[in-house]
Design a protein around this ligand. Structure first.
Ligand code: OGA
Ligand code: NI
Length: 379
């Protein structure tokens, strides 16, 4: 299956080199994109060239600190202060969450209860992991999904049309957290601490979205939407030819919800009203975005939108994505479909139900091809 999808994506003009061999050689270095940068490359290898994105006269990306809004507006920022103790404030917040989920699929939250020092240390921990001694780091490099901690460059390396300019360490942190000594020591404490705090915050966000949809506050949690937490620690090295590739190509997330922590470098953009809009870094804030599965169960009331990360000539950029996923290792035959309470005569059911197993194998095998993972589920 892997071979056919690779052939499908091969650019016709590039028969002179064997993309698969190049991918394999890169993968075998186990040093990722950071390894290329450390070796001093001044041109990016062809496997990273994003033909769809690369434009010779592309406008350079906004300068650091110049994250002014566009005419499309800016990503909503929602202040969660008082959400647990002030009923009036909570109602206001729920209104803002509803509008953000319907219009943008993305919002930032402040006063969310996770101290800024924990956020800083989480970013630092991921930096330490990626910047440690290469030989030590290589021990974690794997594509074996049975390994608890996976470090790799591009989890979809062999099935994507172009590789992304980034490396990632990932681990499932709930409901069965790894033992401390199963994690890289250099960041184990903060991974465990941050995960606990982000799980608590995830509960709150799922309550708010449930209420925004007019459901009982526990509705989404009771469907196990907040049960599994998968952490991705991304490292985007500075890129010598940023206009030819992307840090993360355009995709929508195939989960219920993502809570994203980003550092001050910037580069994340959201597709909104046919334009790419920056998600400006805000110290202490977290970015929340709706995933495809939440769009599915909400019967399109909330939107999962495309987003991407630009490659930059400055860096590294570090981000930590907390994915809330169905706990499919427990019961992969479990099915999800539009919530009955959200279906009515005015709002008829849009999607088939799907088992998590089928959904996930579809999402993975299609790669990030720019087509929504929900399309094939439309009734
Ligand atoms: C992701 C993602 C954005 C970022 O991990 O799905 O979109 O800023 N990350 O790293
Ligand atoms: Ni994403």
């Amino acid at each position: 299956m892997m071979a056919t999808s690779t052939v499908k994506f091969q650019a016709p003009s590039e028969t002179s080199y064997d993309r698969n061999t190049e991918l394999k050689a890169f993968d075998d270095t186990k040093s990722g994109v950071k390894g290329l940068v450390d070796a001093g490359v001044t041109k990016i290898p062809p496997i990273f060239i994003n033909h769809k994105h690369a434009q010779p006269h592309q406008k350079p990306y906004t300068q650091l600190g110049d994250f002014s809004g566009t005419k499309q507006g800016t990503i909503p920022v929602i202040d969660l202060d008082g959400v647990h103790r002030d009923a009036t404030k909570r109602r206001e917040i729920i209104g803002e969450v509803l509008e953000a989920c319907e219009k943008w699929g993305f919002f930032q939250i402040v006063n969310h209860g996770i101290p800024a020092c924990v956020l800083d240390e989480m970013i630092d921990g991921i930096r330490r992991f990626h910047e440690q001694d290469t030989e030590e780091k290589k021990k974690w490099y794997t594509r074996d999904v049975k390994r608890k901690v996976m470090f790799a460059s591009n989890f979809l390396l062999y099935t994507s049309p172009a590789a992304d300019w980034r490396d990632t360490i990932s681990c499932s942190m709930a409901p069965n957290p790894p033992d401390r000594d199963e994690l890289p020591e250099i960041c184990s404490d903060i991974m465990i601490d941050y995960s606990k705090q982000v799980m608590r915050l995830g509960d709150t966000v799922f309550e708010l979205i449930s209420e925004a949809l007019g459901l009982n506050p526990n509705h989404l949690k009771d469907m196990d939407c907040a049960k599994q937490l998968y952490l991705f620690g991304h490292y985007y090295p500075a890129c010598p030819e940023p206009e030819l590739t992307l840090g993360g190509r355009s995709h929508s997330d195939g989960n219920f919800l993502t809570i994203l922590l980003q550092d001050q470098i910037g580069g994340l953009q959201v597709h909104h009203e046919n334009q790419w809009v920056d998600v400006p870094p805000m110290r202490g804030a977290l970015v929340v975005n709706i995933g495809d599965l939440l769009q599915l169960v909400s019967n399109d009331k909330v939107k999962s939108v495309y987003h991407r990360v630009l490659a930059r000539d400055v860096g590294p950029r570090i981000s930590v994505a907390s994915f809330f996923l169905p706990f499919w290792r427990g019961n992969s035959s479990r099915v999800y479909g539009p919530i009955k309470e959200l279906i009515s005569e005015e709002s008829p059911q849009i999607y088939h139900e799907t088992s998590i197993k089928d959904y996930q194998s579809h999402y993975t095998s299609k790669g990030h091809d720019g087509v929504s993972s929900l399309l094939h589920l439309k009734l």
